[in-house]
Structures are given as structure tokens and as C-alpha cells.
Design a protein around this ligand. Structure first.
Ligand SMILES: *[C@@H]1O[C@H](CO)[C@@H](O)[C@H](O)[C@H]1NC(C)=O
Length: 256
């Protein structure tokens, strides 16, 4: 009888041990186009008077262009952005900012706080996906102060040279990273059972999830899980299990 109870307690104990699953605590996404924020002076006029900064970044398939706060009482009244894999020309996209594809006029850009700042967000085109070379970017805005308006550009190379305040492009360097996400680690795990066959299983997790971007092609991680099972019957059995750390190799795949 004693042995029977003990063996059924052991069966129950191993069943509860099965609840303590090994879960991956790290995940590495496919390698993807990633551009950390790159900024450029924002200028107007033939003298290239600087009035602000414009910045661009690419993360998880979305490109973001931010028009930073302007100096000298200027506000943004119109935004236009063009992006390409070769330098702009008079034919493509032409010299008129109205022909650029990302603008507040079509909802790809928004002007915030009465013209203080602007932001454009749009999906990365498949032709932009490469882990090398540059993207060409044209950032234009109409800016205004109390005495009138100006057409302003992200500083760079003019592709039309017969104008003093010429249309300009700048470049951002393409790189690729894998996103490495670390999930909360279990900090306590307890499983208890009694001869009445009520059981509880508790797992606590830390609340934060962190993501970092990695350049290496391979990421290794180890996971250690501990479980302690206490079974109370006519006898008391305490078992402690400490599984070996699990080492898994996840490859950061280059898709291009
Ligand atoms: C407004 O902008 C013009 C350039 O368009 C500049 O010459 C002038 O000084 C600015 N006025 C004020 C009040 O900042």
C-alpha cells in the first residue's frame, strides 16, 4: 500500500515535471535592411542657410524621415521625400518636389504641432533591400516665417545646377542586422501536489522584453531551467531536478 501510494506519487511528480517546459528565451529574426538614424543639415537659399536637420532611419520594413524643429521662427508647411537606388536626375524624379512620392498631401507625411516638426513613414520598397551600398534620398519642405516662405532641402549634391537654391540629394548607407529578442526568463517555478490530487503550478516571469540588433551571423544562447517537486502522501518525497543548460544555435540568415 505504501509502495503503491509512493509510486502513484512518483507518477504524479513526473507528470508535474512535464509542466516545466523548456521555452526559447531568445529569438533571432531574419536578417533585414536596417539603417540607424542618419541626419543631414536642412538648408534654404543659394547660400545654404541652415534652419534645421532632417534624419532618416529604416527598421523592420519601414522607413522613417523626421524633419526636426526649425530655427528663426520658421514652420513647415509642406513636406516631400523621394528615395531611390540611383542618384536622382532631371528625368526621375524631376526637379519639382510635387512629383516626389512621399508627402503630407497623400498622408505619407504629417506635420505636427502647428508646423514645428514633420515625420514621413512609408514601407521599404523591395528594390531598396540590399545589405551594401547607399540609398539616395531627397528631403524637401516648404517653410515659412512671418515675412514669407522658402523652399528648403536636405543638404547634399545638386542634380539641377541652373538654380541657386538647387534640388539636392543625400545618401544613407545600407546595412543589415538580425533582431535578437530576449524574452522574460522564468525566475521561479514551483509545482506542488498532495494525495488529494490538487496541484498547482506557478511560473513567474520578468516583465520586460528587450530587442537588440546583432551583426554576427550566428547567435548562441543557453537556457537553464530548475524545478523542484514536493509530493506529500503517506510518505514525503522531495525531488529536485536541474536539467543541463540547453544550447541552441540560431543562424542570422542573409536574405539578399
Ligand atoms: C524670414 O525668412 C527670411 C528668408 O525667407 C529671412 O530673410 C528673414 O530674416 C526671416 N524673418 C524673420 C523675422 O525671422
Amino acid at each position: 500500500m505504501r509502495h503503491q501510494l509512493l509510486s502513484s506519487a512518483l507518477v504524479l511528480a513526473s507528470g508535474l515535471l512535464g509542466l516545466v517546459e523548456s521555452k526559447p528565451h531568445f529569438q533571432v529574426s531574419a536578417r533585414d535592411l536596417y539603417v540607424a538614424e542618419a541626419c543631414d543639415d536642412f538648408v534654404y537659399g543659394a547660400t545654404k542657410t541652415q534652419v534645421g536637420k532632417v534624419c532618416a532611419s529604416i527598421l523592420e520594413g519601414t522607413m522613417t524621415v523626421t524633419f526636426e524643429a526649425l530655427t528663426e521662427g520658421f514652420t513647415y508647411s509642406d513636406l516631400h521625400v523621394w528615395v531611390g537606388t540611383s542618384a536622382p536626375t532631371d528625368g526621375n524624379p524631376g526637379r519639382a518636389p510635387g512629383g516626389f512620392p512621399y508627402t503630407n498631401g497623400n498622408g505619407k507625411c504629417t506635420i505636427a504641432a502647428g508646423g514645428a516638426t514633420g515625420t514621413c513613414t512609408f514601407p521599404v520598397a523591395s528594390s531598396w533591400r540590399s545589405c551594401t551600398e547607399v540609398l539616395y534620398i531627397v528631403t524637401h519642405a516648404t517653410i515659412a516665417n512671418s515675412s514669407g516662405s522658402q523652399t528648403a532641402w536636405g543638404a547634399g549634391t545638386c542634380w539641377v545646377t541652373d538654380k541657386g537654391n538647387c534640388p539636392k540629394y543625400w545618401t544613407i548607407t545600407r546595412t543589415c542586422y538580425c533582431r535578437s529578442t530576449s524574452f522574460p526568463e522564468p525566475v521561479t517555478m514551483t509545482s506542488t501536489s498532495t494525495t488529494t490530487y490538487t496541484s498547482t503550478s506557478t511560473t513567474e516571469y520578468l516583465t520586460s522584453t528587450t530587442s537588440t540588433y546583432v551583426t554576427s551571423t550566428t547567435v548562441e544562447y543557453s537556457t537553464t531551467e530548475y524545478s523542484t517537486t514536493t509530493v506529500t502522501s503517506m510518505d514525503t518525497l522531495t525531488s529536485t531536478s536541474t536539467p543541463e543548460p540547453i544550447t541552441t544555435t540560431v543562424t542570422c540568415v542573409n536574405p539578399y
